[in-house]
Ligand binder design. Structure first.
Ligand code: NAP
Ligand code: ZN
Length: 349
């Protein structure tokens, strides 16, 4: 099937409308008519070739929500008309220890929703800035939020799970002091989720203008991280810090805020490395730096259900597909409040 998409033929070219094809629905496949797709900073990194290995043409988008239009003969978990989501994963080997544990995100054969290996044309996966997608049913998530919240649910498929998974893994909850660094798409979800899990939440932002917002989003306290006195007031006090910043920066400033045995987990994936942290900042209090990548399919469903129960969605600004380059420019300035979502219904113009 030929459909419309927004993508780019090269890293130095703007995204523009193009035609792509989707495979016929196989026995285990679900075809989804995409209604909205969230805009992740990873889309920008990948489309512009900031990370090694972008395959062109590149059609980004891994925060997909839409309606099931067709199912294969062996699909029992989804039916035509259902509201569903697809996140960052559309396939995995399905037989390794990671897949058995529902941690497909760590499977060596994990196939990303875009830029992953594929038997379909053009030989790699193409993402959700497009009118439809065909996905194996194992990787299709159920959406239980009210339908009128659908656009604001889209960002949960990446920003939501990427913050939910480490918050759960490192035990955010009552009695824990949790920091969230960088209040963009991921960070604002981190504030909402850590708050709903019952932690004491501190937002770290470089943007004075986000101070008030962060309190509304779920922070108990806000620190403007450029202010050394505000930072010093939190020295040696955090159990866990989730760092979502998309650019290289001084990690030591945040490590010094962890208490004994505290962990700072990086989810931000800048194009160039952070300056190396000072080993003494780790040694002195047995602190750790860790990383985390999205989350597995069962945990993504758990996160969606948790959000539906707690009335959590993303704060979004809707854009037309032809506004994508402006959206990227504003994302780079840290101006998004707090996630752009593309209205796929306007793809045809
Ligand atoms: P985003 O919406 O652009 O937010 C990033 C935030 O980081 C900005 O809003 C800003 O917050 C802060 N920031 C940006 N540049 C900065 C700088 N030079 N110094 C200090 N702070 C800066 O991006 P996102 O979509 O949340 O993604 C964040 C990062 O996570 C990206 O690198 C993305 O590729 C990565 N990511 C990783 C995973 C994973 O699985 N690990 C999944 C999705 C995305 P303030 O204005 O509050 O300072
Ligand atoms: Zn993403």
């Amino acid at each position: 099937m030929t459909i419309l998409a927004y993508g780019t033929p090269a890293g130095d070219q703007p995204l523009d409308r193009m035609e792509i094809t989707r495979r016929e629905v196989g026995a285990h496949d679900v075809r989804i008519e995409i209604i909205y797709c969230g805009i992740c900073h990873s889309d920008l990194h990948q489309a512009r070739g900031e990370w090694a290995g972008t395959l062109y043409p590149c059609v980004p988008g891994h925060e997909i929500v839409g309606r099931v239009a067709e199912v294969g003969a062996h699909v029992t978990s989804h039916k035509v008309g259902d509201l569903v989501g697809v996140g960052c994963i559309v396939d995995s080997c399905q037989h390794c220890a990671e897949c058995a544990d529902g941690l497909e995100n760590f499977c060596d054969g994990m196939v990303g929703t875009y830029n992953g290996p594929s038997a379909d044309a053009p030989g790699h996966t193409l993402g959700g800035y497009s009118q439809s997608v065909v996905v194996h049913d194992r990787y299709v998530l159920k959406i239980t939020h009210p339908e009128d919240q659908l656009a604001a649910v889209a960002p949960l498929l990446c920003a939501g799970i990427t913050t939910y998974s480490p918050l759960r893994h490192w035990g955010a909850g009552p009695g824990k002091k949790v920091g969230v660094v960088g209040i963009g798409g991921l960070g604002h979800m981190g504030l909402k989720l850590a708050h709903a899990m019952g932690a004491h939440v501190v937002a770290f932002t470089t943007s004075e203008s986000k101070r008030e917002d962060a309190l509304k989003l779920g922070a108990d306290e806000v620190v403007v991280s450029r202010n050394a006195d505000e930072m010093a007031a939190h020295a040696k006090s955090f159990d866990f810090i989730l760092n979502t910043v998309a650019a290289p920066h001084d990690l030591d400033a945040f490590l010094a805020l962890l208490k004994r045995d505290g962990t700072m987990t990086l989810v931000g994936a800048p194009a160039t490395p952070h300056p190396s942290p000072n080993a003494f900042n780790l040694i002195m209090k047995r602190r750790a730096i860790a990383g985390s990548m999205i989350g597995g399919i069962p945990e993504t469903q758990e996160m969606l259900d948790f959000c539906a129960q707690h009335g959590i969605t993303s704060d979004i600004e809707m854009i037309r597909p032809d506004e994508i380059e402006d959206a990227y420019a504003r994302m780079l300035k840290g101006e998004v409040k707090y996630r752009f979502v593309m209205d796929i219904g306007q793809m045809a113009g």
